[in-house]
Design a binder for this molecule. Sequence first.
Ligand code: AMP
Length: 191
Amino acid sequence: MRLLIMGAPGAGKGTQAPALAAHHGVPAISTGDIFRANVKSGTELGKKVEALLAAGDLVPDSLTEEIIADRLDQPDTANGFLLDGFPRNMHQVEALDAYLTSKGQALDAVVFLDVDPEVLITRLLRRAELEGRADDNEETIRRRMDIYSSETKPLLDHYAAKGLLVDVNGIGSVEEVDARIQAAVKEHLAK
Ligand code: AMP
């Protein structure tokens, strides 16, 4: 099973991804988590991306695509994967397509967590207080929202045109949204 989970910053991708991945017996792979872990442990990669993350800017495509290709080459992806936070623009979509084609693989579904932007700002500011993420301050949140609207949101049309998009209402408790995702993906795969 090869899945993507998409949505604006704060829509709940990182919260929902582990359960969805576990349900399908595949690893949840988050580019944001990979970058944050590298920043935390002070690796070369971490040093390269730290300022970009703190500003809410995207890490360059070439670097991000290389990291994802290396990660997808790991043996735990033999039955598939769930990507959270990748692809984020058209260049990354094409890189993923090329990677999958080279392996004779394709995506099965793209879950879109649909949440009103007003709700998202409130959620992100709350997360800033709880988790202390360096990129959860108001200015950076606005920057990440802008990048999402201009670069990532258009990908939804792309995946809808391919018949892969599964639209899920992302407002509700974690359990409610999880149940909606499971049901919607099941229905999509049965088509
Ligand atoms: P996330 O946890 O998905 O919100 O990602 C946090 C930050 O990591 C983003 O604001 C970017 O700086 C960086 N990042 C994560 N995924 C990508 C990606 N696919 N392309 C470029 N930068 C990314």
